[in-house]
Design a protein around this ligand. Structure first.
Ligand SMILES: [Zn+2]
Length: 395
């Protein structure tokens, strides 16, 4: 959503019973299958210690041994270990107002169950909690039937800004309800809460090329810009303290400074890029009774509404121009759009690129290959489930 610093629950789960074996698990999750010698070397431990970790994790049905022919030719097959990707799963849910997505996915990103809800008519936080609980109970039943283990649950929530600000989205405050308590009661698994940009980033990450600096622009009511290197979100684990401007807050850099005449941004400052190019700003400028949400902009743009298309193009140009500085500073090589407004990217792609060309040479703009996410809702689901997996293997 608008600011990645908001809405991060600081409460940590109690120490994992897997203790030191978690490091081996994490290594396998990220790089498996691996030989035990590789794991021992990477973690700076002895072979028997590595084997001890594997046995402990195998008893927990978290890893398994697979035999593979050695590359060095005939002889004893090399034993490789991998995380058990099909017998373990996580639940992830994410709220990208007004949409709530809930998913159950195994450790190889197969979605086993998923649901999507439009929350615009949902009156209370308790109703949202009830939807989550119903899904969790279904997920628990599914896991029992298929004999797979639910390891963790992650909720990815937007910052507090869009919930209370403006008329575009009127959603209940979730602060008042005990989401983590409900989750523990429903499935006996610890839950973490994190930001929406965590789900969106992890969901889109796989599409970026390896060894490449990339950035994801989530365009909706607000704008979020998330930098990646080699499919990993930069500075992901270390969210900056409140009110600290980080790389993810690029949309809150000022593009105007004329005092009280500058537009007020949802973050409370004036003159931010988001206050001029975000979906909320476009909706406000249009002042039309038939436009309240980014989804309305999308529908009208698809129907060829010239006024809407014009405003989208103007905002995309501003965004492109502002992003050219970011591209230069960060050495960005690839740009991807996600979020509701990414659906109609073909209508504003040229304006965005024109904006980039204000400061970047044609060749560089061509190389960035800006394009829209193939399936933002599915990516969000997968991203939330991955976030739950990361939180599990990180203890
Ligand atoms: Zn702002």
């Amino acid at each position: 959503m608008s600011k990645s610093t908001a809405k991060v629950n600081p409460v940590r789960n109690p120490e994992s019973p897997l203790g030191g074996s978690l490091r081996a698990l994490k290594l396998l999750e990220e790089n498996g299958p691996l030989a035990k010698s590789h794991v021992a070397r990477s973690l700076g431990i002895t072979l028997p210690t590595a084997l001890g970790h594997f046995r402990k994790l195998r008893d927990e049905k978290l890893v398994m041994a697979t035999s593979k022919q050695s590359y060095s030719g005939p002889g004893r097959p090399l034993e490789l270990w991998d995380i058990n990707r099909t017998s373990n799963c996580t639940v992830g849910f994410a709220i990208a107002p007004p949409t709530l997505v809930l998913g159950l996915a195994n450790f190889q990103d197969d979605l086993l169950l998923h649901e999507t809800f439009d929350l615009s008519e949902t009156a209370s936080a308790e109703e949202i909690l009830a939807i989550m609980e119903r899904f969790l109970l279904g997920a628990v039943r599914h896991c029992q039937d298929k004999k797979i283990t639910l390891r963790s649950v992650m909720g990815c929530l937007p910052g507090t800004l869009p919930w209370s600000h403006g008329h575009a989205v009127n959603m209940p405050q979730l602060d008042a309800v005990d989401i983590r308590g409900m989750i523990y009661k429903a499935c006996g698994v610890n839950a973490e809460l994190s930001g929406l940009s965590v789900a969106m980033s992890l969901g889109e990450a796989e599409d970026f090329e390896p060894d490449t600096m990339a950035c994801l622009i989530r365009w909706e009511l607000g704008i979020a810009v998330v930098p990646f290197y080699s499919r990993r979100v930069l500075f992901f684990d270390k969210l900056p303290p409140q009110n600290f401007m980080g790389l993810h807050d690029y949309a809150h850099m000022p593009i105007q400074k004329n005092g009280q005449n500058d537009r007020l941004c949802a973050c409370g400052r004036r003159g931010c890029l988001e206050a001029y190019a975000g979906g909320r700003a476009i909706i406000k400028e249009l002042q039309r009774d038939d436009i309240h949400l980014p989804a309305d902009l999308v529908q009208l743009a698809q129907a060829g509404d010239q006024q809407v298309i014009e405003h989208l193009n103007h905002a995309a140009h501003l965004l492109g121009k502002a992003m050219s500085w970011y591209v230069l500073l960060m050495g960005i090589e690839q740009i991807r759009f996600t979020g509701p407004l990414s659906v109609v990217m073909s209508t504003y792609e040229d304006s965005f690129c024109q904006g980039l060309r204000e400061f970047l040479p044609d060749e560089q703009v061509k190389g960035l290959k800006p394009q829209a996410s193939a399936d933002p809702v599915r990516r969000l689901l997968i991203g939330a489930c991955r976030a739950a997996r990361h939180s599990f293997v990180n203890g």
